[in-house]
Design a protein around this ligand. Structure first.
Ligand code: FES
Length: 168
């Protein structure tokens, strides 16, 4: 780890390990052009999300303004500043899925999960998001849970799809 890397203040032991990993990532990428997005990506993989303290840590390690780091995070939807669930559900609301019942899937999932779009369930099992076309238009409506694509999803099957993720 480079001496130039900022230290994490007030960290728990678990956090310290994660900050150490993030510091190693920064060390590896800091001199490469356009590395901020890559660093943020990997830091999100390590930490799970990008809270303000992690953003500050990255900004001071790279010796750039915090506003530059937070600006990138705000611009790209794949960055999250709040904790994410173990699984991410993305219901497609692209045109084909929308006209074939995508909105109904969203409403039913909101009922089942008890959360709104962009939120994470209290048990931290699921984060619920919207996608714009996931390449399964011919078999709409479609949704994804992590990397698994569910095609021609029937509203009545949603409960059993979700329950599978509680069994594993
Ligand atoms: S519009 Fe939903 S998969 Fe293309």
């Amino acid at each position: 780890m480079s001496d130039k890397i900022a230290k994490c203040t007030g960290c728990t032991q678990k956090d310290e390990k994660k900050y150490g990993e993030i510091a190693d990532i920064i060390d590896l990428y800091k001199d490469k052009e356009g590395s901020l997005i890559q660093i943020l990506h990997l830091a999100q993989e390590v930490y799970g999300y990008l809270p303000l303290d992690v953003q500050k840590f990255i900004a001071s390690s790279l010796q750039i303004p915090l506003s530059e780091v937070s600006g990138v995070i705000t611009f790209y939807s794949f960055f999250s500043t709040t904790p994410r669930g173990e699984h991410t559900i993305r219901v497609c609301l692209g045109t084909a899925c929308y006209v074939r019942g995508g909105k109904k899937l969203v409403e039913r999932l909101q009922d089942i999960l008890g959360i709104q779009i962009g939120e994470t369930t209290e048990d931290a099992k699921f984060t619920f998001e919207i996608a714009r076309c996931i390449g399964a238009c011919g078999l709409a409506p479609a949704m994804m849970i992590d990397k698994v694509v569910y095609k021609q999803v029937n509203v009545n099957k949603l409960e059993s799809i979700i329950s599978k993720y509680y069994e594993s």
